[in-house]
Design a protein. Structure first.
Length: 182
């Protein structure tokens, strides 16, 4: 009962909830849709829905999994409504956040290493564009969000063996495309 009380308290404190989970959710949404402004809006909507629906949280999963499920549904709703018309155009002209992040100064990396990482990142990003939506989403949840397979399966309401299959196919495709680019 004490764990349930802790979760309720965590969900009741919206400021702490946002501080704790916003970076991870924003990154997930950003990778999912590729538009920073829309990712901000969806992330805010996610916290609003979570806060308003906190009484419905049963505690069957972690708060992170619950929030990621809400964000995933909001991303799917947005994709269904816009059908990517506007976002394809915006993505073509927008600065790639992941690419820009690779060029931030680091005392641990040499300029050559930074350039190599940026090139590899571009290759992986390009390879991700050729994946199915499920493969891309599962790949990002696993490697960008560092979610385990059971958490991914629970978040997207998919059997764990199906998640494993999508991840295996995504890895195989990304590896083949990156190897072909060398």
């Amino acid at each position: 009962m004490q764990a349930a009380e802790r979760t309720e308290t965590e969900l009741d404190d919206i400021d702490a909830l946002v501080r704790t989970y916003r970076p991870r959710l924003l990154r997930f949404v950003m990778f999912s849709i590729g538009d920073a402004d829309m990712a901000e809006s969806i992330t805010q909507d996610c916290f609003l829905k979570a806060y308003n629906g906190r009484a419905n949280f049963r505690g069957d999963c972690s708060v992170n999994t619950w929030l990621t499920s809400i964000a995933l549904n909001l991303v799917r709703d947005q994709q269904r409504l816009q059908k990517f018309r506007f976002w394809r155009q915006a993505r073509a002209t927008a600065v790639d956040v992941t690419e820009a992040a690779n060029f931030l100064p680091s005392h641990e990396s040499s300029p050559e290493r930074t350039l190599l990482v940026a090139e590899q990142s571009k290759q992986v990003q390009a390879a991700l564009e050729n994946l199915s939506p499920n493969q891309k989403m599962i790949f990002m949840m696993r490697f960008a969000e560092e979610m385990d397979l059971a958490e991914i399966a629970e978040t997207i309401h998919m059997p764990i063996n199906t998640v494993k299959t999508h991840l295996h196919r995504a890895l195989k495709s990304v590896r083949a495309q990156v190897a072909a680019a060398k």
